[in-house]
Every structure is written in structure tokens, then in C-alpha cells.
Design a binder for this molecule. Structure first.
Ligand code: GAR
Length: 187
């Protein structure tokens, strides 16, 4: 049985989708939810699914990374899933969990990745550049923002009438469909 921690900073729809998908799966238990925002929608979703929640500030994540890793190891966490986690993961995590940190990004990397590229900012950039397609990327996390090995990409068309909201809906649909399946490859 794999013990996973889901890190999320926002609404947490992807996290909730994973809680549902893996609810009775004997291969994986989502044991812990980590967020850096005490007002994030993820908190209510995690409570609904009776998940243990840890709130960690940006400063603590950066300055007490080793202690936090020790805590995760004590909890026997062996897979970290970033589901809309907007802080950079400190290098110590990447060393402590080699090839065991997975991220989802709402665009077709290597385009539209990097620092500051998250959520609707990504969709705005895609629309501003008049792209005809966008999509999602699920990848391993390494030391550089959005540059780890790609596990899965899925595409959707971008139409001239698309807005940030309609594109976000298409992307969310792809994320909810593919993220659990990509995680299954690690089980
Ligand atoms: C998702 O679209 C995810 O791809 C994105 O945040 C959203 C979280 O939505 N992640 C990034 O932009 C990372 N750079 P959710 O809180 O509803 O799951």
C-alpha cells in the first residue's frame, strides 16, 4: 500500500477527484493533505473526505524543509502529488523523494510553464498567443519549475470564441479524466 500526500493551494477539485477515484483502492491511501493557504477551498474538501490536513507557510516550507520531510517520512509518505500547489518544492524534497513527486500543469509543457505560470494566467497567455490547442501535462518534479520528465499529456482545441473561463473548463475536464490514470502508473 502506497501512502500519498496531496499538496494543493487552491480550490482542490483535482484533489477531491483523486480522493473519490482512489477511495477504496487497496494500492494507495491518500493519507495527508498539505496546503499553504488556510483559506483555500481544498481544506473543506479534505475535511469532507476526513483527510489529515497540514497547513505550512511558504517560509516554513523553505526554512524547515528537512523537518517537514522528516514528518512526511514518519507518516510513511512515499508519493507526493502536487494538485495545484503553487509554491516551489525545495530541493531537499526532490532528493528525499526521487521520482516520487508528481505535478499537474494546465498547459502543454514546455510551453507556458515556469515561475508565475499557474491557473488562469496560463490560459490567458495561451489565448493571447492565439494558440489553436492547449492541454495538460502531468510530469515528475525536478529542481527546475515545470521541467521534469513528462508522464502524460492530453490536448484540447482552443477556439477563437474561447475565453479564460471556457478554456479553464476544458482543461479541468482533461485534468479530472487523466490525473488519476497517470497516478495509477506509479502504483
Ligand atoms: C489545476 O488546473 C492545475 O493544473 C493548476 O492549478 C489548478 C488547480 O485546480 N496547477 C498549476 O497551475 C501549477 N503550475 P484545483 O485546485 O481545482 O485542483
Amino acid at each position: 500500500m502506497i501512502n500519498a500526500a496531496v499538496f494543493a493551494s487552491g480550490e482542490g477539485t483535482n484533489a477531491e477527484n483523486l480522493f473519490k477515484f482512489f477511495a477504496n483502492d487497496p494500492r494507495i491511501k491518500i493519507k495527508l493533505v498539505v496546503t499553504n493557504k488556510d483559506t483555500a477551498g481544498i481544506i473543506a474538501r479534505a475535511e469532507k473526505y476526513k483527510k489529515n490536513i497540514q497547513i505550512i507557510s511558504k517560509d516554513s516550507l523553505e526554512n524547515y524543509a528537512d523537518q517537514f520531510i522528516e514528518f512526511l517520512k514518519l507518516e510513511k509518505i512515499d508519493l507526493i502529488i502536487l494538485a495545484g500547489f503553487l509554491l516551489k518544492i525545495p530541493e531537499q524534497f526532490i532528493k528525499a523523494f526521487p521520482n516520487r513527486i508528481i505535478n499537474i500543469h494546465p498547459a502543454l509543457l514546455p510551453k507556458y510553464g515556469g515561475k508565475g505560470m499557474y491557473g488562469s494566467r496560463v490560459h490567458k497567455a495561451v489565448l493571447d498567443n492565439k494558440e489553436t490547442e492547449s492541454g495538460i501535462t502531468i510530469h515528475l518534479v525536478n529542481e527546475e519549475y515545470d521541467k521534469g520528465e513528462i508522464i502524460l499529456q492530453a490536448k484540447c482545441p482552443v477556439l477563437t470564441e474561447d475565453t479564460i473561463e471556457t478554456l479553464a473548463q476544458k482543461i479541468q475536464k482533461l485534468e479530472h479524466e487523466h490525473f488519476p490514470k497517470a497516478i495509477e502508473k506509479f502504483l
